[in-house]
Design a protein around this ligand. Structure first.
Ligand SMILES: NC(=O)c1ccc[n+]([C@@H]2O[C@H](COP(=O)([O-])OP(=O)(O)OC[C@H]3O[C@@H](n4cnc5c(N)ncnc54)[C@H](O)[C@@H]3O)[C@@H](O)[C@H]2O)c1
Ligand SMILES: O=C(O)[C@H](O)COP(=O)(O)O
Length: 566
């Protein structure tokens, strides 16, 4: 029986969203399309609505969410949820959903369009003709065939760009310390371990990382200087990954030949801002954030999020919830401390070892639960916590129990879980151990020496009084709480090392909050040289230059900074 119009839940759509999805809603819901609302007007009417569907322009602030007394879901018809205050929505019990895959192809094709346009001066030539000119000799371009495309951020969009670029006869290389090696190998893409090495080879460089603290400004003056002066750079990811002032300076100084930009730090760019100077620069082809603006992509994302709105309002779980919990309320008491531990183990692994991965290598993870934890009915939240920990330092995807398996598959993680009720050391109820085995992937192993041994990395932890502890890192036994900024150094176990690191950090105004010196596990003593691990809790993250300064004869063999939740 049809629900009378007056009783239907109301859905507000304040931006242009494709009618294909909205038509699904109109069968049971009351859909109000109201474009061009001011923030004040939106605040005034939001209290009437159970669902809000937006793209990237509507700012879904905490104030708006608090005024939305009936709101159950915010649906982002696209990927990025930068315009939605997700933590505020979570606190208020409002589900945020998005469409992580609906516009990948559109973004990739827009990247290719900008690359072609910078290669053949298409936009300038078209403008010149509209001005009644016929300037054939002014617009002599270069071909993509035989050129090298360097992809920074080899995820969903990056791989799609790679596939199309191969069709042009381009050589594709990439920098992404967390790339899915199996797909990279299958597509014959060489993944470089150093950003600098990758940048210097590119005739075109295209940026497809999310905007996060680690990627904000990652292409700055130094990186632009590493590029060929004839190279061109493209950004259809997020404004801010390329430092805008540095890019303008490089173009003005002739250190770079051109740029194709779809995204900016502030959209639309303010008059007289650096971004608007970039838009006006003759060597720049700029588009107003059109990456997802195709009929097909808009249909995809609209249908995807509208189906999820119907599911949520009908009491079901959506498939792409940005803020779905990892643990259900009834599991919270037993599982939360272990979820917290596993997430930190994953994040520690990703930051400590991730950047060491190289082209042609694959990692398999074994997550083992020993002791009381092995008797738990479900380990799904622990699996999700590991995936979340592994990807959080490098991705803006919010991993939860609903999407963890899919995210793991997409990123090429092979994760095995093992339970054992025995083998727990005296005094501990449970241990959780992550063993990561990195070996050459099949396509590379054929041409490599068969004697090569897989490398195994181990991180082990336990929970005591609801606090997570790390008890082992590789062959070193330790005991520290994994939180905040950590500096992890491997050193020759000899007097003076701690003093040297402490004094170097002191010189740069870095305070040490705690220190744990980790000797070799008993079974490794005397077998693997006199090494130890030094784990320092520091009051702020330190840069690459300081870390490099710690390595050497006087100092340590290896040092790495890891940032975990407080
Ligand atoms: N312009 C548009 O309209 C438009 C459309 C779609 C997507 N996007 C944006 O494009 C970006 C990429 O989207 P996606 O779906 O491919 O995301 P994704 O998560 O699939 O891929 C991102 C990749 O970046 C890598 N990465 C993270 N940190 C890195 C670092 N420091 N150095 C090198 N690589 C790093 C990750 O490992 C991952 O492989 C997102 O920011 C998305 O919002 C823009
Ligand atoms: O994050 C996204 O999905 C893209 O940047 C597209 O944003 P849009 O929906 O505002 O075009």
């Amino acid at each position: 029986m049809a629900i009378p119009a007056a009783e239907r839940p109301q859905v507000l759509v304040p931006e242009k969203v494709s009618p294909d999805g909205l038509a699904l809603l109109q069968k049971t819901l009351d859909v109000h399309e109201k474009k061009g609302l001011t923030p004040e007007k939106l605040l005034e009417i939001i209290g009437d609505y159970e669902a809000l569907i937006v793209r990237s322009e509507t700012k879904v602030t905490e104030t708006l969410l608090k005024a939305a007394k009936k709101l159950k879901v915010v649906a982002r018809a696209g990927v990025g949820v930068d315009n939605v205050d997700v933590p505020a929505a979570t606190k208020l019990g409002i589900i945020v959903v998005n469409s992580p895959a609906g516009n990948i192809n559109a973004a990739a094709e827009q990247t290719i369009a900008l690359m072609m346009s910078t290669a053949r001066y298409t936009t300038e030539a078209a403008a010149s003709m509209k001005a009644s000119k016929w300037e054939r000799s002014k617009f002599v371009g270069t071909e993509l065939k035989g050129k090298t495309l360097a992809i920074i951020g080899l995820g969903k969009v990056g791989f799609t760009v790679a596939r199309i670029a191969k069709g042009f006869g381009m050589t594709v290389i990439a920098y992404d310390p967390y790339a899915n090696q199996a797909i990279a190998d299958a597509q014959n893409i060489t993944v470089y371990a150093s950003l600098h090495d990758c940048l210097k080879l590119g005739d075109y460089v295209t940026v497809h990382t999310p905007l996060m603290p680690a990627t904000r400004g990652m292409i700055g003056t130094k990186e632009l200087e590493a590029m060929k002066p004839t190279a061109k750079i493209l950004n259809v990811g997020r404004g801010g990954v390329i430092d805008e002032p540095a890019l303008l300076e490089a173009l003005e100084a002739g250190k770079l030949a051109g740029a194709g930009l779809d995204v900016f730090t502030s959209e639309p760019p303010a008059a007289d801002s650096v971004a608007s100077k970039l838009v006006a620069h003759p060597a720049v082809v700029a588009t107003p954030h059109l990456g997802a603006s195709t009929k097909e992509a808009q249909e995809n994302v609209s249908i995807d999020v509208c189906e999820q709105v119907i599911a949520i309002l009908g009491g079901e779980l959506p498939r792409s919830a940005v803020n779905a919990p990892i643990i259900l309320p009834e599991e919270y008491r037993t599982l939360q401390p272990f979820v917290n531990l596993v997430e930190r183990i994953g994040s520690l692994y990703s930051q400590h070892y991730g950047a060491k991965q190289q082209s042609g290598f694959r990692t398999t993870f074994d997550l083992s639960y020993e002791g009381a934890i092995a008797s738990l009915g479900t380990t799904k939240p622990l699996f999700a916590a590991l995936v979340k920990g592994l990807v959080a330092p490098v991705s803006d995807i919010n991993v939860n129990v609903v999407n963890a398996e899919l995210v793991a598959k997409e990123r090429g993680f092979l994760i095995n879980e093992q339970r054992s009720r025995e083998h727990v050391e005296e005094g501990f109820a449970s241990f959780i151990t992550l063993r990561a085995r990195t070996s050459r992937s099949a396509s590379h192993s054929r041409v490599q020496e068969s004697k090569e041994q897989p490398v195994e990395q181990i991180i082990q932890g336990y929970v005591s009084a609801n606090t997570p502890y790390i008890s082992r890192v590789d062959r070193f036994r330790t005991n520290f709480v994994p939180q905040g900024n950590l500096l992890i150094c491997r050193n020759i176990d000899r007097a003076g090392k701690i003093g040297y690191v402490g004094s170097q950090l002191g010189k740069h105004g870095v305070n040490i909050n705690f220190m744990s010196v980790a000797p070799l596990q008993k079974e490794h003593e005397g077998t693997q040289g006199d090494e130890a691990l030094m784990i320092l809790g520091i009051d702020k993250p330190v840069g690459e230059d300081i870390v490099k300064g710690l390595i050497g004869d006087e100092g340590v063999l290896e040092a790495r900074v890891v940032t975990l939740a407080a």
